[in-house]
Design a protein around this ligand. Structure first.
Ligand code: DOR
Length: 428
């Protein structure tokens, strides 16, 4: 019997436990959580002193890009999973825009094999909606589901043909698979590389209007209503999309949504100076949008916080703003940026942790993100007070493309446990 006792931390298991306590892990499962869990059965127990620390369920990220197969120089499954656990994430869902695209069982199985070999974070593949993510012919959704995909999405190449999307939703419904959409009307956004507005005009760069997101959010909600499918909307970034999702939820549509730390922390102003680390899709917007995203997180319109961790190599980002790829890494900065919302009074701590744990678990139907007795022992132990400065050369990720270099952060992961095994230890 292997046993770990996490002693004397402040335990928050959203909706279940919020107070000082111990967490006992036996054979990879949560065995007890409580004020004082007796360590009765012999001295073969590893004790982790968590006094002065917080103990949370391991975080779940519904949206990451690990670049294997195809772009291993940016990130491998192993380096991505190491980055995840360094950020407190014990489960991540990886998007299908690899090369080849994850539109078939063989790629899904390959990803799962590599993740098993890495042996750190749990990696859940998201399969493509259409073959080659070309938006034309549906992928073998049933096969993807059987191989282990937890959702389907064409990610940054969203399905433009509404009838194809309708059929995908009908198909996915048969397996109760969430359909994830990166909401972007590719005709409206064509050629754009940052938010359309004051900054794009001043920089002389083509913009992406907020309407490119808003119209697709509205379309997808209408199709979810039509089909009864589970719809999950990725990285909401605009006033309009938050409003549409709020309204859809009020009408009982089965829709969930996520927001990314960069979208609730930064605005388009970060792109001044043509800094390609401020280039991502959807783009950074305005303060009005940032406030709407925060309000959506606060009132439950936005269920989950996800990173859209999108690693790109230095040489990829060292190009003209228009030519550089979209995307920023996020796994190792998501926690302190989320905690900043707590400091600001946007969310109570328990609700912030819920958006990293039980809420994303519910959105994708994953049996994790909880410290319930009998659940897999996935745990993040965090020092909420510890300050640190972002130095991308220290990232476990293979890429360093963050807009937060030099930022002073508060809150650091000290230990991450997956399945009852310590997979990250900041002291080590
Ligand atoms: O910023 C982004 N990066 N948005 C996307 O849609 C794709 C992603 C990537 O794969 O780099």
């Amino acid at each position: 019997m292997s046993r770990i006792l996490i002693k004397g931390g402040f335990v928050i298991d959203p909706g279940r436990y919020n107070g000082l306590g111990d967490v006992l892990i036996e054979n990879g499962k949560i065995a007890a959580v409580g004020k004082s869990v007796p360590n009765a059965k012999g001295n073969d127990t590893a004790v982790i002193d968590a006094s002065g620390k917080h103990v949370f369920p391991g975080f779940i990220d519904l949206h990451v890009h690990f670049r294997e197969p195809g772009y291993e120089y940016k990130e491998t499954i192993e380096s991505g999973a190491a980055s995840a656990v360094a950020g407190g994430f014990t489960s991540v869902c990886c998007m299908p825009n690899t090369n080849p695209i994850n539109d078939n069982q063989a790629v899904t199985e390959f990803i799962l094999d590599r993740a098993r070999a890495a042996g750190t974070a749990r990696v859940f593949p998201v399969g493509a909606i259409t073959k080659g993510s070309e938006g034309k012919e549906l992928a073998e959704i049933g096969d993807l589901y059987k191989a282990g995909c937890v959702a389907i999405s064409d990610d940054g190449r969203p399905v433009m043909n509404s009838n194809v999307m309708r059929r995908a939703m009908e198909y996915a419904r048969a397996f109760d698979l969430p359909v994830v959409d990166h909401c972007e009307d590719l005709h409206l956004s064509e050629g754009g590389c940052l938010n359309e507005g004051q900054v794009s005009t001043e920089l002389g760069l083509a913009g992406i209007p907020r309407a490119a997101e808003d119209v697709m959010v509205a379309r997808n909600v209408a199709l979810a209503e039509l089909t009864g499918a589970r719809l999950h909307l990725a990285h909401l970034s605009t006033v309009g999309s938050v409003r549409t999702v709020r309204d859809a939820k009020a009408r009982g549509v089965k829709v969930t949504a996520e927001a990314c730390p960069h979208h609730f922390t930064l605005t388009e102003e970060a792109a001044r100076g043509y800094d390609t680390h401020a280039k991502m899709n959807p783009p950074l917007r305005t303060w009005e949008d940032v406030h709407a995203v925060k309000e959506g997180l606060r009132d439950g319109t936005i269920d989950a916080i996800a990173t859209d961790h999108a690693p790109h190599a230095v040489q990829d980002k060292q190009q003209d703003f228009a030519a550089a790829p979209f995307g920023v890494v996020g796994l190792e900065t998501a926690l302190p940026l989320t905690l900043a919302l707590v400091e600001e009074g946007v969310l109570p701590l328990e609700q912030a942790i819920e958006k990293l744990t039980s809420a994303p678990a519910r959105a994708f139907g994953l049996p994790y993100g909880t410290l319930a007795v009998g659940a897999a022992a996935d745990v993040a132990i965090v020092d909420l007070q510890r300050g640190w400065e972002v130095d991308p050369t220290k990232f476990k990720s293979r890429s360093r493309n963050t807009p937060f270099t030099g930022w002073k952060m508060k809150g650091q992961v000290v230990v991450t446990i997956v399945d009852g095994r310590v997979v990250f230890d900041a002291q080590a």
